[in-house]
Design a protein around this ligand. Structure first.
Ligand code: C5P
Length: 215
């Protein structure tokens, strides 16, 4: 079984998908983490686009049982989970994710990761491009302000300070780039169920998805 959960930045996709995975006993895959890792590689190694594409094609990304993401380049493995959720990566990721060669390499890895298990995968193009035949598709939305407030809590937990206005700007700018790009833009699949989470608790969203996927 494949469940696709798409939506804009900070709409609660990962939090909700992780918990639904636990309840249904299936695997959670965070596709944004792979794109963030590509941006992290570019920023850390100051690579040109050509070098980045070559590196990502030869890299291996794998989630471990505890959900952390391991990146292997040239037989060297690094746990990148704590390094990809920074404002710097958030600012760089949309341009990296707009490159068709990067999308192809990441999409291949995501499909490989889903070959053996039932999965719930969150992202921007899961229901439209990665798994157009997914068994269930959801599209989570929420107001920019609500999404910025949620992102602020994530950053605070990491000791990163950003004002709510800066966060609204970061989120709106990322959504604009993600929806306007040519390849696999952020878009609701025609057959996805849309859930506006602005006034819903995480538990309420989880219950809606769990109910629809266990019937
Ligand atoms: O979900 P998250 O906010 O971590 O995603 C980070 C970025 O990765 C998005 O802003 C987008 O540019 C890119 N992304 C994508 N396609 C996906 C998932 C994420 O382009 N399926």
């Amino acid at each position: 079984m494949i469940i696709a959960v798409d939506g804009p930045a900070g709409s609660g996709k990962s939090t909700v998908s992780k918990e639904v995975a636990k309840r249904l006993g299936i695997t959670f895959l965070d596709s944004g983490a792979l794109y963030r890792t590509c941006a992290y590689i570019k920023l850390t190694h100051k690579m040109s686009d050509e070098e980045l594409i070559r590196t990502v094609r030869n890299a291996k990304m794998a989630f471990s049982k505890d959900g952390s993401l391991n990146l292997t380049i040239n037989d060297k493995t690094e746990n990148v989970s704590g390094k990809i959720r920074t404002p710097q990566v958030a600012e760089a990721v949309s341009s990296v994710a707009a490159m068709p060669e990067i999308r192809e390499a990441v999409t291949n890895q995501l499909r490989q990761m889903s070959e053996t298990d039932s999965v719930i995968m969150d992202g921007r193009d899961i229901g439209t491009c990665v798994f157009p035949n997914a068994d269930y598709k959801f599209y989570l939305s929420a107001s920019s302000l609500e999404r910025a407030k949620r992102r602020m809590k994530d950053y605070e937990a990491q000791g990163i300070e950003m004002s709510i206005n800066e966060l609204v700007r970061e989120i709106d700018e990322r959504d604009r780039k993600d929806s306007e790009r040519e390849h696999a833009p952020l878009k609701k699949a025609d057959d996805a169920i849309e859930i506006d989470t602005t006034h819903l608790t995480i538990e309420e969203v989880i219950s809606i998805i769990a109910a629809k996927t266990t019937n």
